[in-house]
Design a protein around this ligand. Structure first.
Ligand code: TYM
Length: 342
């Protein structure tokens, strides 16, 4: 049966890129699929996290999930470290994946920077844990932003190699087609699969950008959002009349894409309304849809954060349900690999 899995790191608050690139699809897929949505705290500690801040961020990301429209009764919402299958399967995948595969990961190269000797081993093995997240549920669909595409390809390679390496045992375990792990499909769709920085249309909107003006946080208030959009970098030309007019104009393309995603329209429809107009008037309209949507989610997040015990209860409930899904999968994995269990 199809199953959706995805996750976000609790490193600070979420931003508009996380929301438009991934979470909008998460919310939509709840209508048609069984879904598991994770707060990936094990991934977060691949770079140093102050413990008290991490604890706060796990709750805040969970609150934003719910505020944005993820339903903890319907979908499984939980934090990764409460379900030991993730770390266990990641270890097995450390022994399936090849050094050469991980050496190609562009995100590791970016995050490790120049002083690679000082990067944590966890940062390097990060994509194996991500593959374990997905495959511990034998999930089939993974809604993410464009930047996760390479990690998803690695997860597929790991699933494939596991299926090949253990073919005999997998068939003996009753999987006649030899497919124990499905090859998970990335779901990367919508007008905002890669939201760019508001200060530089060639750079991804990211939590790690030192300038807070580069991103809209899901916890920003209306005034802050309006100010950031007003200050967003543009060029002096009016908005183009069609998508070909974005050539060499990454900031224009980004702002129009954000508007399209926030208002639920195709980019072409937005250009029909605003093509030929100046950025000043378009930015007012953009600030309006952004403050409406993000403001509502931010206010609801605040409200949920006033009761941290309730958030912890939701995570405990989701974790118990997640463990129930992973338990039979891990039992089979251990049998297939040749471990003894009691
Ligand atoms: P993370 O926490 O960096 O980002 C969470 C999600 O937001 C998307 N995203 C963006 N989309 C569009 N434009 C942007 N500027 C932008 N920035 C972030 C990401 O693509 C992602 O979908 N490794 C993952 C977390 C993860 C995961 C998983 C995802 C761990 N295990 C298993 C899927 C399945 C990450 O660091 O995402």
């Amino acid at each position: 049966a199809p199953l959706v899995f995805s996750g976000m790191q609790p490193t600070g608050s979420l931003h508009l890129g996380n929301y438009l690139g991934a979470m909008v699809n998460w919310i939509e897929m709840q209508k048609t699929h069984s879904c598991v949505y994770c707060v990936v705290d094990l991934h977060a500690i691949t770079v140093w996290q102050e413990p008290a801040e991490l604890r706060h961020a796990i709750r805040q990301v969970t609150a934003t999930y719910i505020a944005a429209g993820l339903d903890p009764k319907k979908s499984i919402l939980f934090n990764q470290s409460q379900v030991s299958a993730h770390a266990e399967l990641a270890w097995i995948f450390n022994c399936v994946a090849r050094l050469g595969w991980l050496n190609r990961m562009t995100q590791f190269k970016e995050k490790a920077g120049k002083d690679r000797e000082q990067a944590s081993v966890g940062l390097y093995a990060y994509p194996n844990l991500m593959a374990a997240d997905i495959l511990a549920y034998r999930a089939t669909h993974v809604p993410v932003g464009e930047d996760q595409k390479q990690h998803l390809e690695l997860a597929r390679d790991i699933a494939q190699k596991f299926n090949n390496d253990f073919n005999k045992e997998i068939v003996a375990a009753g999987f006649e087609d030899g497919i124990f792990f499905p090859l998970p499909e990335p779901v990367i769709t919508g007008p905002a699969t890669r939201v760019m920085s508001l200060r530089d249309g060639t750079k991804k909107m990211s939590k790690s950008d030192p300038s807070d003006l580069s991103r809209i946080n899901m916890t920003d208030d209306a005034d802050t959002i309006a100010k950031k959009i007003q200050k967003a970098k543009t060029d002096p030309e009016p908005l183009p009349n069609d998508e070909k007019g974005f050539e060499g104009r990454p900031e224009a393309e980004n702002l129009v894409g954000i508007y399209a995603a926030l208002s639920g329209q195709p980019v072409a429809a937005v250009l029909k309304d605003y093509g030929g107009q100046q950025f000043s008037s378009f930015k007012k309209a953009l600030a309006e849809v952004a403050t409406e949507k993000v403001g509502r989610i931010g206010a609801e997040t605040q409200k949920l954060m006033s009761d941290p015990a309730e958030i912890d209860r939701i995570l405990a409930d989701g974790s118990a349900r997640a463990r129930a899904v992973t338990k039979p999968v891990m039992a089979k994995v251990k049998d297939i690999v040749g471990f003894i269990r009691s």
